[in-house]
Design a protein around this ligand. Sequence first.
Ligand SMILES: NC(=O)c1ccc[n+]([C@@H]2O[C@H](COP(=O)([O-])OP(=O)(O)OC[C@H]3O[C@@H](n4cnc5c(N)ncnc54)[C@H](OP(=O)(O)O)[C@@H]3O)[C@@H](O)[C@H]2O)c1
Length: 222
Amino acid sequence: MVSTIGILGAGRVGTAIGRAALGAGYAVNIAGSGAGADIELLVDIVVPGARAMSARDAVADADLVIVAVPLHKFRTISPGMLAGKIVIDTMNYWEPIDGRLDEFERDARTSSEIIRDYFPEARVVKTLNHIGYHELETDGLPAGHEERRAIAVAGDDDAAVAVAMQLIERFGYDAIYSGPLQTGTAFQPGTAIFGGRHSADELRAQLALASGQRPLSGAQLA
Ligand SMILES: NC(=O)c1ccc[n+]([C@@H]2O[C@H](COP(=O)([O-])OP(=O)(O)OC[C@H]3O[C@@H](n4cnc5c(N)ncnc54)[C@H](OP(=O)(O)O)[C@@H]3O)[C@@H](O)[C@H]2O)c1
C-alpha cells in the first residue's frame, strides 16, 4: 500500500502534485535539485504539510516516486537512487522549454522509454503528463460524476501501473490504462489527447484510434 510519495521537482508540476497528494491523504516528501533546507520556506508556503528533503532522502522511504523535473535535466537524477521504485514519469519533451534535444528528436519512441532506459531498475509508469499542473487540483471530481475527467496511464509493470492508477483515482480522475509504456506516444505533446479534456469513454476512444484500432462502442466500453 502506498502511504508516502516522494516528488523530485519542486516546481509547478511537483508542487501541484504534492498538494493533490496531501489532499488525497498521502504523506509527501519533496525535493529540488539541492539540499532540503534550500526549499524549506517554499515548501512551507506552497505545499504546507509536505517535507522538504534532498532528492536522495525524499525517495528513500517513498512507496512511489514522481519525477517532475524539466526533461533536459533528467540525467541529473542518479539512476541507482530509483532502483526498485515505482516511478511516475510526468515529463514531456517540449522544445521551447527544453531546447532541442537530439536524443528525443531522433527517437520515435515515447520519451518515457528513453527515461526507462536511463532508470533500468525503476518500475516506470507514464502518466500525469497530459494534464496542466494548474488543472490537477481544480478538475478532480468524485468517481461517477458525469464531468469527471480521465487520465491515461502506460507501463510495462502491472503492479506498478495498478498503484499509479489508484493514485490517479484518488486525485479525482478516471485512470485509463493505455497499454505498455510504448503506448505513451498516444498522449505526448502534439497528440489529440495531450492538453485536451476527456471523459473515460472519450479517452478510451482516442487511445483506440491512436493504436490503429476502431474506437470501441459505448456498449463495449461499459
Ligand atoms: N506545465 C505543465 O502543466 C505540465 C504538466 C505535466 C507535465 N509537465 C512536465 O513536468 C516537468 C516539470 O515541469 P515544471 O513546469 O514543474 O518545471 P519547473 O517549474 O521548471 O520545476 C522544475 C523543478 O525540478 C527541480 N529539479 C531539477 N533537477 C532536479 C533533480 N535532479 N532532482 C530534483 N529536482 C530537480 C528544479 O529544482 P531547482 O530549481 O533547484 O533546479 C525545480 O524545482 C516537465 O518535464 C514538464 O514537461 C508539465
